[in-house]
Design a protein around this ligand. Structure first.
Ligand code: URA
Length: 434
């Protein structure tokens, strides 16, 4: 078999066999296929696409290119969740303790990531001493003991995807549905869970800008998960404005804590409840979504979900006192209100721009080497559809550098579009695919 022939086949819009895809991925991982040939292949896929069988074969080959985590020593059904990412996305921090309080086990590998705020791992590092560099043995023992463990992604999980994703990033071939779906799902399948709940975002702050594309991506990922024998569900939600009110690492941790106390913002609470109900049913802890929702409300009102977060933070070396006293979390030295320059309805929010404002403050990473400032960010006081008077606060900005504060504030104001017209309200949860 020759890579040249496989490139030509895809260039001519023909279908590759499982054997051909496996040959290509195995040899690319080993370094036998050079980047220039792989780039030509991904560009051919970009234009000619892959069918469902090819996408599944690509996913499995990438998943099996490194370690496949064996979670069989954890009793019960292991349920994982994955978010396609967005601005203010702190979902795992509240959701996983909620479902763990009901006995649903989650052994999650998480990333740091580039972008406007850190990944889940960075956010968790807002707790003094929290350690995600734990061994696989410790990871598994902890899930058996308390139902939750979150560790940093190791290099051995889907190394083919790591190499291919980096290549796609510099060859303008990231945004192809099959390549995105196989990239995400290869890591999820290698991480070993029995069931997967996918949190797919759509809108100006998400990868998928339109609802149609988000649904297509969700369907593709659900087909892969199901084809690989894992119960998979996807929930598509709005990311046309930031999720919840907090953007920034420690600020998002505080909002997740509020949500576990039952005082979270409406959209974020709704998302946690919807994803949570699906995770609880997938974990066989409730027969119906209604029953699961009632159980989730119960662990929030009786404090068990909050206690589970504290137990998890302590198990990984963090300070559980900060769960009960969030004022002990990192706090910025400067704080200012961003005042509306005119009156009217918030017609739209350029969500990705708000993300960039957080990056300007130092809340995210521009390069892999950047050091994140955990304390900076925004708390939004007005969201889409709200009325604002001239001079009223749209948001509070938290910063540690006055130049960055001014820059972020100026850009933030441009991301809020105020109009005399009220926008048409659209549902927050757009679709559920299972
Ligand atoms: N996230 C991934 O892990 N892979 C992609 O291709 C896109 C987003």
């Amino acid at each position: 078999m020759r890579m040249y022939d496989l490139i030509m086949k895809k260039r001519n819009n023909e279908t590759l066999t499982e054997e051909e895809i496996r040959f290509m991925i195995d040899n690319y991982t080993k370094g036998n296929i050079p980047d220039y040939q792989m780039s030509a292949f991904t560009m051919a896929v970009y234009f000619n696409k892959m069918n469902a069988d090819e996408t599944l074969a690509l996913t499995m080959a990438m998943a099996e290119s490194g370690d496949m985590l064996d979670l069989s020593s954890i009793s019960g059904i292991k349920v994982d969740k994955h978010s396609t990412g967005g601005v203010g996305d702190k979902t795992s921090l509240a959701l996983i303790p909620m479902v763990a309080a009901l006995g649903v086990c989650t052994a999650k590998m998480s990333g740091r990531g580039l972008g406007h705020t850190g990944g889940t791992i960075d956010k968790l590092e807002s707790f003094d001493g929290f350690n995600t560099a734990i061994s696989t043995e410790q990871f598994i023992n902890q899930v058996n003991r308390i139902g939750i463990a979150i560790m940093g992604q190791t290099a051995d999980i889907a190394p083919a995807d790591k190499k291919l994703y980096a290549l796609r990033d510099v060859t303008a071939t990231v945004d192809n549905m099959s390549l995105i779906a196989s990239s995400i799902m290869s890591k999820k399948l290698a991480a070993g869970a029995d069931a997967i709940v996918l949190d797919v975002k759509c809108g100006s702050g998400a990868f998928m800008k339109s609802e149609e594309d988000a649904i297509a991506l969700a369907k593709e990922m659900v087909t892969i998960g199901t084809g690989a024998g894992r119960k998979t569900t996807a929930i598509i939600s709005d990311m046309d404005q930031p999720l919840g009110n907090a953007i920034g690492n420690a600020l998002e941790v505080k909002e997740a804590i509020d949500t576990l106390k039952g005082h979270g913002p409406k959209d974020f609470s709704e998302l946690c409840m919807t994803l949570g109900a699906h995770m609880v049913v997938a974990g066989n802890k409730a027969a119906t979504l209604e029953e699961a929702t009632d159980q989730l409300k119960e662990v929030i009102s009786n404090g068990k979900a909050l206690d589970k977060l504290a137990e998890f933070i302590q198990a990984q070396g963090g300070n559980p006192e900060q769960v009960y006293h969030p004022e002990l979390l990192p706090c910025a030295s400067l704080c200012e209100e961003i005042l509306a320059e005119e009156e009217g309805y918030i017609y739209s929010v350029q969500c990705d721009e708000i993300g960039i404002c957080s990056l300007i403050l130092g809340g995210g990473r521009e390069t892999k080497e950047s050091i994140i400032d955990l304390s900076v960010g925004f708390i939004l006081h007005k969201k889409k559809g709200d009325f604002v008077s001239k001079g009223e606060s749209l948001a509070t900005v938290y910063a540690n550098d006055s130049d960055k504060l001014i820059q972020a504030k100026t850009r933030f104001l441009k991301a809020y579009h105020i109009s005399s017209k009220q926008p048409i309200a659209t549902p927050f949860i757009k679709a559920i695919i299972s």
